[in-house]
Design a binder for this molecule. Sequence first.
Ligand SMILES: Cc1cc2nc3c(=O)[nH]c(=O)nc-3n(C[C@H](O)[C@H](O)[C@H](O)COP(=O)(O)OP(=O)(O)OC[C@H]3O[C@@H](n4cnc5c(N)ncnc54)[C@H](O)[C@@H]3O)c2cc1C
Length: 536
Amino acid sequence: MSQQPRIAIAIVGSGPIGATYARLLLEGIPGATVTMFEAGPRLTERPGASVRNIADPEARAKARELSQGPQAGGYRESIGIPAETVAEGTFTARQGTHLIDFGGPGAGHAASFPAAAVATNVGGQGAHWTCAVPRPAFSELIPFIPEPEWEDLIGEAERLIGATPDAFADSPVGTAIRSLLEEEFAGELPDGYGPGVLPVAGQENADGTMTWSGTDVVLGSLIEPGTELAARFELRDLTFVRRVEHRAGRATAVLVEDLRTGRRETVPADLIVVAADALRSPQLLWASGIRPRALGHYLTEHPVVISTVALDAAAMRRFATEEDLDRELARRAGNAVDPVSGVNRIPFSEPDHPFAAQIMYSETTPFPMEPGQPYAENRWGYVNMGYGLRKRPRFADAVTFDDDELDYRGMPNMTIHYALTDAELAEVEMATGLLRRAGGALGTFVAEPRLMPNGSSLHYQGTMRVGESEDGTSVADPWSRVWGFDNLLVGGNALIPTATAVNPTLMSIAIAVRGARRLVREHTTSGIAAGAPSYR
Ligand SMILES: Cc1cc2nc3c(=O)[nH]c(=O)nc-3n(C[C@H](O)[C@H](O)[C@H](O)COP(=O)(O)OP(=O)(O)OC[C@H]3O[C@@H](n4cnc5c(N)ncnc54)[C@H](O)[C@@H]3O)c2cc1C
């Protein structure tokens, strides 16, 4: 019987992208073992599960706080963060995340991108996300990936994350919202790109509630005890990767620190994937002396214009009845912890609608309203509407690293340089106009449209772009391998090279599927362990 070559794979980061690599490489390479290193703690019994599925509010709050790295409150000590690094400042990170520029000792510098935040926990941001998974389109697509292959990659990404195209599609309130928006924008948008249901990652249950997909869904049978794949998979939480060791264009090991004990260890690996988010992955490469010119540069995100609208009873009654609403409210009462029960969108299209609009129906506003305040108790509820915009990639927008000033983890500290240009500001104005029209069609604004502070989208892209050639404008080749390395890959939203408005995770999973498939092909024919590691 022939012996399978053993291939030791190290993955940095346990978010959806690290999980995609772990799953596809273990499924595809019979001799492989994967060790996944995660700086944050495990939150849930099932590793990486969405905290939105935790029914008990206290347990849910604890899970979020545990993910908040240096900003965590009562649980801070349990994750090894010094007590004095308390968050201060104007901007509050979204629950489950912590600010880069948090104001305490060892904080990063992000005055021009003040809402920059990350999550530090098993499952990464994939344990906290909203689960919107629309497909990229038009100029958002990566030009050098052939269309038939892209269709296949994105289909596989949807399978891995458990995408559902028609969640809450039968909600009469959601349908009425779509109908009002269709009337407002009739004839202005290309066929197939009008108001529709937003695809989300999750499973709709028989009682109408959702089980939201977390990173656990991507990991699949790797976290089912007793399976063959689980036997080849190890997830080490509270383990921080300080450095990727390399020699002559080959990654050889990772230097890791157990955050519980402070013990450091060098773990050899045949193949290394860095998927530690769009700010900390380039930081790790920088700290490892891997510094392609584009590393950290071409930072983009989605400028976001948001507002909240109280739905107008008379307008809504043109498409739904009071009885429909009663039924909807009764269904919602069965799942009081999850305020969202209808997700609509107007997708990105060109040339006239370069925006991804998200319209979430909710019974309550995301901010407290005083009783007696107009629309404080609006029987038809509210929509929270956000228009996500694109940002053109520019070298000048960047996260840079300082070897002489260390952050709270002892890594080269970050400074973020970022500015919106006239091109973005013109689109902010357009989006605000469209948002006013959409809101006017649906009801009355209880929060006026406003541009959120830079960094608010949490969709940071471009800092480790894929590119077709090694011309200084990209960090990785079309299969996500860092230029100059055969066995070091990067993953995540940082790889997206285009100006997008679409939520990025599905696209990033698709890019990771491409990288993983190529590795599987290579390792099941020649194979690193067989001594033939050339992929070019
Ligand atoms: C509240 C919220 C809502 C969101 N909504 C959406 C949405 O609706 N749709 C969408 O597409 N996207 C959404 N996102 C973004 C989405 O979650 C991310 O795109 C996705 O999680 C990125 O996956 P990733 O694996 O690249 O990185 P992450 O999920 O960020 O995981 C990276 C992991 O790496 C770990 N890490 C970092 N450095 C190190 C190190 N040196 N050593 C070890 N581990 C390290 C981190 O602790 C983290 O757990 C949302 C995010 C948040 C927080």
